[in-house]
Design a protein around this ligand. Sequence first.
Ligand code: NAD
Length: 477
Amino acid sequence: MQDKRKFYINGQWVDPVKANDLEVIDPSNEEPVAVISLGGQADTDAAVAAAKAAFPAWSATPPAERLAYIEKILEVYEKRAKDMAAAITDEMGAPQDMSLDDQTGAGSYHIKNFITAFKDFQFVKPLGDHAPSSMIAWEPVGVVGLITPWNWPMNQVTLKVIPALLAGDTCVLKPSEIAPLSSMVFAEIVDEAGLPPGVFNLVNGDGTGVGNQLTTHPDVAMISFTGSTRAGIAISKAAADTLKKVVLELGGKGANLVFADADDQAVIRGATHCFYNSGQSCNAPTRMLVERSVYDRAVEAAAKVANDTAVATAHQPGPHIGPVVSKQQWDKIQGLIQQGIDEGARLVAGGTGLPEGVNRGYYVRPTVFADVSNDMTVAQQEIFGPVLSIIPFDTEEEAIRIANDTPYGLTNYVQTQDGQRRNRLARQLQAGMVEMNGVSRGAGSAFGGVKMSGRAREGGLSGLEEFMDSKAISGWD
Ligand code: NAD
């Protein structure tokens, strides 16, 4: 078992002030893979103090020099890709190919995109060419606290750390205590890239400990959080007394609207996407809304995808899905599947219990419910497991009403060949993102939601601006 009981503070790996160990469990086999420390107030204070001390020099470092550091981080990140992928597989159960190509790959993708966006970024933008002169200046916010979940660890870490550093902020990262190992590899990468001490710090801990200490800390100017809506609400309240800027990326319950004229692959694509990463993606299309005339065919095709999706240990190559992250998540998902059955949804694939032949590890059977009505628990709650709910509809208006009838508003999907309908739906669906016919967001567009999915944008230019304050400067020359 790896001993990972150190924090990265002020450019050094240091021991926690007070020991408080937690085992990291490999969800593929339920074995402990590492032991970490959960930090306390003194550790949080030390990390924030280091970030605060580093801020004046880092924020005054010319943008081109900050960019050169990020380019160095990218170089080391790519060199360490296999170590990163192994850590992600161990901590949260992403199968090894997916862990390298998609999970670790997402990190390189975001770092590269931020480098591109930053090259064009204007820190000072003149507004018109008339007197009195007026301009907008973008300035770093200060010390930022970054709190991340376990489901796409490097995706989320790079979406926060890289723009924060480019903006001129200094940071304290608190990754999920369930999946902290990849973030510790990331800290090693930052260290090897030679960033000045204190610019990036990492303290492990849980939400009520380090998470809350960062959120209430008077020297932390901003919290960027990705995780559950429940924790997002707690963070908003806790940050209120110090009036921090709070950026929230929260849960989702994506609708995928499949019309009768959708292409042949639409249902297969939607179900596959729902089961991807064992259903542990906030933007998963978990509610498939299908036009009645193609409904039976769609249910059959989705059930076939579920039955054909192999579930196996993350420690082997291949295109299967792995376990879900923890016993707690496994129990929660089992309870929700049972609730779907009890509330009268028709189970057409999967169900409760472990997949056949498996007796160890947190594996969930890819599950499809048909004849779901949108008020059932499986249609309203974020399950965060490989569970698809299929709901029939008769008209476009009804489909829009069902899609919008959720507290969430992260990503919705539309499958139709009708361009005018696509335009109408794009505007009427309540979501931060709408993706049509299998086309994903472009690199420049930002990720984020509305309603209970949060209030923030990550990635691209907007994701960079989130880590800055704008200042309006005006007067006679
Ligand atoms: P979680 O909310 O339990 O934990 C996320 C992080 O917040 C962890 O680091 C945790 O320690 C910390 N935390 C928990 N309570 C806290 C508190 N009161 N104060 C400060 N920090 C606290 O979420 P999770 O189970 O790790 O992740 C799954 C959730 O994340 C899902 O709801 C998913 O939809 C959401 N998510 C959203 C996005 C997005 O971009 N919208 C992306 C990925 C995951």
